[in-house]
Each structure stands twice: as C-alpha cells, then as structure tokens.
Design a protein around this ligand. Sequence first.
Ligand SMILES: *Cc1c(COP(=O)(O)O)cnc(C)c1O
Length: 380
Amino acid sequence: MDRIYLDNAATTRLSRRALAAMLPFMEGEQGNPSSLHSYAREARKALERARGQVAHCIGAEEGEIVFTSGGSEGNNYLLRGSIEANRERGRHVITSAVEHPSVLNTLYVMEKQGGIQLTVLPVDGYGRVSVADLFTAIRADTVLVSVMLANNEVGTLQPVSSIGNLCRERGILFHVDAVQGAGHMPLDVQALGADLLTISAHKFHGPRGAGAAYVRKGTNISSLIIGGEQEKHRRAGTENVAGAVGLAEALTEQIETMEQEKVRLHDLSHRLIDGILSAIPDCQLTGHPIERLPGIVSFLFENVSADELLALLDMQGIAASAGSACTAGSNVPSHVLQAMGLLDGRRCAPLRLSMGRFTKEDDVDRVLDVLQKTVARLRG
Ligand SMILES: *Cc1c(COP(=O)(O)O)cnc(C)c1O
C-alpha cells in the first residue's frame, strides 16, 4: 500500500533540485567560510549567492538577510533581539492569540521576566485578527507588533499589509512570522511593511534546520547567539552553507512554480472540502473559507477522538495531523481552535490535511474514501 503524506504544514519533502544544489557543500572537503584559503572562499561565495537569492525572493537587500537554524530560532532572535535593542522606545508588545508557540511562548517568557508588557489580540471565528482591535491596543509605548502571515493549524491568512501600514504610520516595529506562508504565496517585505520577518526552509521543500531572518536596514537588534563575527555579528556560529544553499534553491524553485501550484492545490483543497462536507455529517471546516493558504484544510469532527482518528488513518497509510506537530502527544487542546471559540466543551477531533507539491488527485480521493469510513466506524 502506498502511503499518503498529508502533513506538509509540519514538514515537507526535500526537493531534488534543492538537494542537488546542496550536495557539493556536503560531500568532499569543505572550508569554513571564515577561513582564509580557497576552500573557504568557495563556501563564502556560495553563502553570499544564497543570501542574494533569498533577498531577491522576498524583496529585500542582501545585507538584510541573516541565516538561522529555522523558524523557531528566527522568531526568538527577531523578537528578543529587537525588543531588547529598542528598550528606550517602549516595553509594550502586541501579538495575536493564534501565533506559533515560538512567538507566543517567547513573548510570555519575556513578560514573566518583567521585560515587556504584552497584549494578546483575540481572533474571530475564522482565526483572523481585527485591525480595529490592533488600532485600539496600540499605546504610546508600543514598541513592536508581531502577527503571522498564515496560520499553521488552520491556514487562515492575516491582514498583514494593513497591519504593516498601521505600524509604519505609528513608528512601531512590525514582525511577521511568514514560516507557513513563505513559498506558498507572494512575499514582499516592502508590500507587507515588515521590519522583521521569519522563514524556514523545511516548510517549502528545503532542508530541515535552515532558516532566514529578515532585518530591515537600520533596525536596532541584538543577537541571540553570541560568539564569533559571523553574519555581520548578528548570529554567531560556523555557517550552515549547505542549508543556506538548499533554502535559497528551494525558495527559488517554489516561486517559479507558485502560480500553477496555487491553482492545483486550490482545486485539490476544494475537492477535499466539498467531498468531506457532503459525505460526513457533523463536521465543519475550520479557518477562513477564502482568506486561506491553498494547501491547508482543517476540520472538526464531532463525537470523535482525535488520537483514535489519527491512529486509524495512520494504520491505513494516511499521515495527517490534529493541527500542530508541536502539540501532538499532549492532551492540551489547540490554542488556535480555542482562540477561535470552537472548542467550548464539545468532544470533537480536529484534523489538518496539508498538501504539497507531491500530493496528487488520487491521494485526495483515497483520503476521502478512508476518512468517511473511519469517522463512521469511530462513531458507530
Ligand atoms: C513550523 C513553524 C515555525 C517553526 O519553524 P521551525 O523551522 O520548525 O523551527 C514557526 N512558525 C510557524 C507559523 C510554523 O509553521
């Protein structure tokens, strides 16, 4: 039985093109980019080429890109680093209730340590932040706003451009966790009005453990990882050249195929949504019906246990998720669905099906068939 992988929001398969670009920097003798010989020059050249590629993909300048180990490090660095370095501008920070734990928990820890005052904006039933709520929450000492591009559990897009405009008018730093959206929708730091932005390679068919942080020119920021002078003193540690090269290649490839993939994934999503809603009673689509990523669909099934549903799907060769890989195995209900007001005392199973470049129409049809029978069995 062929297995079907529908957990692309958790991580994606490395593309062959990214792998091919990385291989020369993984096998054979490699130089440390900071050394002073020909091996080092080759590594340095590859790193700077990757930086240029990433900058080009998101409308930034080369000097504004810092390579990291991924989305979690990027979010920790951009939030901590910018809040600390801009202390004199204020201590009030605004975020949303549906952010990734690497944003929310970082800010909660900083709040607990007394470093910041935090306002967490509510979301509507679709998981969207209201710009009017943000407007009201802004204070004279607000230093930073952090709102994600697209939600990793339900796929809902946030009104980031409007938020960026508002922040710019008020002279407030704007951080965007673009990890889930990058490579799946057009991304331009100027259009977004973002001062700080996070991406991670493994969410768009690049390697795991490689990410990039965008820091707008002129933004004060202190580093998270202290040590040598790498990344212009912004991130110490010997650079992951292969990772940076793989990230840049994967992002470039993803953008080249974005328009056609968007249409294809949109069609597959609607095949899933229509199929599930028409064949399975007592279930609802979660997330925004239109303002959503093309590849993520998520549902709530009433009177079903999430663990049992995922286990039975897995036994039938279907890899899905209850929403977020980060909370799997714990019995804590999703903070996202909770913030959306969808979990009030009901027994129901969240299910996230996230598609990617390697998902085919046949996969969707088999999932529809298996899911219908499995939910019926669990209820019966
Ligand atoms: C996956 C994810 C992260 C974390 O990225 P890692 O590279 O796995 O650390 C952060 N934010 C969002 C929205 C994500 O989907």
